[in-house]
Structure formats: C-alpha cells, structure tokens
Design a protein around this ligand. Structure first.
Ligand SMILES: Nc1ncnc2c1ncn2[C@@H]1O[C@H](COP(=O)(O)OP(=O)(O)OP(=O)(O)O)[C@@H](O)[C@H]1O
Ligand SMILES: [Mg+2]
Length: 295
C-alpha cells in the first residue's frame, strides 16, 4: 500500500481536484484505491458521491484508530469502476478540527498511520486530501504518507506557498524516520496561452528544478463539470476531459516510479516500533510552523 498526501499551504489551488483526478486515474488502472478526506470542508466526500448516510467519519477513526472503527467508517464511492479497481472513501467531517491543533502531540501525529495499518493489505493506493495549512491534520497526513504532492497555481502567492511547503516536508521527513518524501510540485490550472502563466512556470522551473513535475494540469471547465456531477474525470466525455485524465495518469506514473525503490510495509507492529523510535519534539514541529509563518 502506498500513501500519497495531496497538499498545499494555500487554499483553493486544487488539492481536492488533484486528489480526485489521481483517484480517477488509479481507478481506471484497476487499482484498489482509498481516498481519505482529512479536510473539515469534506469536498472530496461530496465529489465522490458517497450519498448514503455515513456511520462514521475520519473524526471517529482518528479518535480511536482500531480495526473495527476503520472498517465501519470506510464506504464505497458512487463512482462506477470500468475495471477491476475499487474506489473507497474514508469520509470527512467538520469534527476533525479537533485534531487540527498547531501543536499536535506525538500520539496524535501517528493516529492516521495507525488507522491505515489496519487496512494495509486492502488497498494499493491511499490518497489523502488535506486542509490548506500545516496544522495537525496535515502533519498527521504527512506522518502516515510515503509521498507528498504539493499543488500550486501559476501565481506568485502560490509559488511562495509551494516553496514553504517543500521546506516543511523535509523538516517533517527528518523527524519521521525519512519515509516521507516529496513527490514534487504539480502545477494546476495552467493556461498555456497566458503570458503570466508562462512566466510563473519558468520561475517555478528555476526554483524547484527536478522537483517540479514535468506534467501540468490545465484549467478546463470539464474538470468542474465532472466534479459537479460527482463523476471521475476518466468517465467525462470529450477530448479535453480525455487529455486531462491522461495528465493525471502521468502524475500517477511518476508517483509509482518514485515509489519503486521503497519496499517497506506498513503494519501495526511497524507503527508501534516507529512510534517508539520517533524523534518528533514539539520544538522541531514549531520550527516547521515558524517556516510557514514567514512573510
Ligand atoms: N484544472 C482545473 N480546471 C478547472 N477548474 C479547476 C481546476 N482545478 C481546480 N478547479 C476549480 O477550482 C476550485 C478550487 O479547487 P479545489 O477545491 O480542488 O481546491 P482546494 O485546494 O482543494 O481548495 P481548499 O483549499 O478550499 O480545500 C474548484 O471549484 C475546482 O473545481
Ligand atoms: Mg480541498
């Protein structure tokens, strides 16, 4: 099981859109996929069309990450699978704010890791949609992840936020036995004809070098239409939707290439061991938070 967090320290840049696009690509590849909606706004939960009454959410699972709770909370999405793949959801809830403290405890940081260890063999890929900050929820998402994908728009504020996020990942990675690595920065809402976007893209290439993913997701109304209809981009008609779907597949390929060297498994035993060996100190996390507060 691979765990990928989709994050940015800036709101509205397309985290949920990218998480859903990657989930759609994963489903079309026939993978067993779980989306974890850690954002209190719960947009991913809405877009995945989990319309039935939900018994439990991330909030209860984080509170008590035991097997019975995790299994009861996970629901299957309404997305139709064209292949053998499955699309499940660990639903979001406004109640998760309880875990969004700027100074989470060590115990809290490992709650998602512990929950996911209960379903280690049930999924090929877990995609975590995170809120737009580096508070507790994002920190515990990253602590449970193998890779973090940073989403950025081609705008000056987004570029600055992506830079801070990349530095924050390396700070948290050091504290978590190094499993966490950045997948890189993905540009979303790119308009190839825009001179401003071309300029920002060149700036991002300079700033991030190899950490800038070679594929960018373009701005298209088909993306919003598919979301509005609670359907995967891979099932949306038209050439534009097809091209966007292919871009998400390329990002997914880059993620698996980046993972191929890592063969480590997640398990309850492993997390207990990791928990014991954990070097996170409040001071270190504060260093990360200070980074975020920089102008
Ligand atoms: N590539 C795209 N083309 C067209 N619209 C897009 C694209 N990416 C995102 N959007 C739209 O931009 C809006 C914000 O996107 P989204 O909700 O994914 O951002 P977010 O980073 O998850 O926001 P938040 O920080 O509030 O969680 C949505 O209406 C979404 O449909
Ligand atoms: Mg979102």
């Amino acid at each position: 099981m691979h765990v990928l967090s989709v994050s940015s320290l800036k709101g509205g840049v397309g985290k949920t859109t990218v998480a859903l696009g990657l989930a759609s690509a994963s489903l079309s590849r026939g993978l067993r996929t779980l989306v974890v909606d850690l954002d209190p706004q719960s947009d991913a939960t809405t877009a995945l069309g989990a319309t039935r009454e939900l018994k439990l959410s991330c909030a209860e699972v984080l509170k008590l990450p035991k097997h019975a709770n995790v299994v009861r909370a996970i629901v299957s999405s309404d997305w139709e699978s064209p292949s053998a793949g499955t699309m499940d959801l660990l639903p979001g809830s406004p109640k998760v704010v309880e875990f969004d403290s700027p100074t989470p405890t060590k115990r809290d940081l490992w709650r998602l890791e512990e929950a996911l260890s209960r379903v280690e063999t049930d999924y090929d890929l877990v995609i975590v949609d995170t809120p737009p900050s580096l508070n507790g929820l994002t920190q515990l998402a990253w602590t449970a992840s193998d890779r973090v994908l940073i989403v950025a728009e081609p705008s000056i504020f987004s570029v600055l936020a992506a830079d801070r996020a990349m530095r924050a990942i390396s700070a948290i990675s050091k504290q978590t036995a190094g499993r966490l690595k950045p997948l890189g920065v993905l540009i979303n809402r790119y308009i190839p004809a825009s001179k401003e976007h071309q300029f920002r893209l060149a700036e991002l290439e300079q700033l991030f070098g190899a950490d800038l993913l070679s594929v960018a997701i373009e701005e298209h109304s088909a993306v919003q239409q598919a979301q509005g209809a609670a359907r995967p981009i891979h099932s949306w008609p038209g050439e534009v939707a097809g091209n966007t779907a292919k871009s998400f597949e390329l990002v997914l390929d880059q993620m698996f290439q980046s993972h191929s060297a890592d063969t480590s498994k997640r398990s309850s035993k492993r997390s207990t061991k990791a928990l014991k060996g954990l070097k996170i100190r409040r001071g270190a996390i504060q260093t990360v938070l200070d980074l975020v507060d920089e102008p």
